[in-house]
Design a protein around this ligand. Sequence first.
Ligand code: PLP
Length: 456
Amino acid sequence: AEAWRARDLAVLWHPCTQMREHPDALPLFPVARGDGAWLVGHDGQRVLDAVSSWWTNIHGHAEPRIATAIANQAHTLEQVILAGCSHAPAVELAERLLALAPREAGRAPLSKVFYADNGSAGVEVALKMAFHWFHNQGITGRTRFVALHGSYHGETLGALSVGDLPLYRRVYAPLLLDVLFAPSPDAFGSRNVTDAITRANAAADALAVLFETHAGEICAFILEPLVQCAGGMRMHHPQYLRRVRELCDTHGIFLIADEIAVGFGRTGTLFACEQGGIQPDLLCLSKGLTGGFLPLCAVLATQRIYDGFLDDSRERAFLHSHSYSGNPLACAAALASLNIFASDAVLARNHDTAQMMAALAAPLRSYPLVAEVRQTGMILAIELSPEPDNHDDGHAVEIAGRRGLRMYRHALEHGVLLRPLGDVLYWMPPYCIDTAQLQHLASVTAATLEEASRCA
Ligand SMILES: *Cc1c(COP(=O)(O)O)cnc(C)c1O
């Protein structure tokens, strides 16, 4: 492991990392292989992947059925240009995703799939489609997007523009789009469901005012339904989704649901929008889409949006492309992942696992340092009272501050990969996690909280 650490730091520039912190403040963990919920180091140490490797891995590492599907596909067709050509995995995956997509009675279903090759790229696709659709109707004044405070939609300039995490965005502010931000429906500190619904309604009322103030300027509203993940696992009541759907309809604004993190069973339903009984106009799916094996994003659109681009003129077409759009290996992995949902009754199993997570986390509520324990399906967040010498105005930043680094190191040394987001520790494990692994997770989390109180 030591040799790999040295070779790595000689040549690699890691994502989302102040490289100065390596190797002393922030240890580097060279991973030799994955095994279900475990990551295995070169010296044989087993570390539980409590963050599903940035929320991508859903069925466990090196899942044999997905690995086999990719291998078989690689021997058949590894990649082909998706403009002018077609291939079975891309078609079959589109058919399956459209059949599974959220449905709302009385609304035309999502009916077309556009592929990109990562989440940020998919967000760019959705933003550009929304703007371009109005442009194609001769409506050129709808140039603005609305997003939520505390939102995260990726790192490319368009996606960063609709995000609201100061540390990621601040430096690039002069380059970004002029986006309107609405209050988050975040239910933090709610005492009960009524409270959470009140928060949702208040945030929706504020959104309504924003929509009215900027009538005719807005082409789309983008949100992470139910859980704002990178922003610190901020959770809201599904009532907000219902209100948002109505408001977008009233004002003729496209609703973009970014389910890149919350899609594919993470919140308890296959898609988070289902819990509000709503259907977006554009739906972005990535991360868990391929089971966490390969980068891929699917943007699902309504027929109405698709039809808005049909014309004799190429300029009215959506000329966006990525070299690896609809890569066959990634599509094959996604199909294998969807098969696992069916064959292993994953959503039913998750229901039981989520209950076990709740039971194991309940005792953590009594820790003096813990302000709140909240959960939506397979996401459980433990919010600590703010660190005095705070990192970024209380905004969620991964393993930031002295306390965050200490908790990260402590958990890693004890066999769990936990990456706190600011003051929020969270569990977002692969769905295959078993009872013994959950108990390990809970006991290391408890010890990590004790470590954090010593630090305070
Ligand atoms: C991770 C994430 C993205 C960006 O996806 P990448 O593949 O990392 O570019 C966008 N939106 C949400 C909600 C995410 O969690």
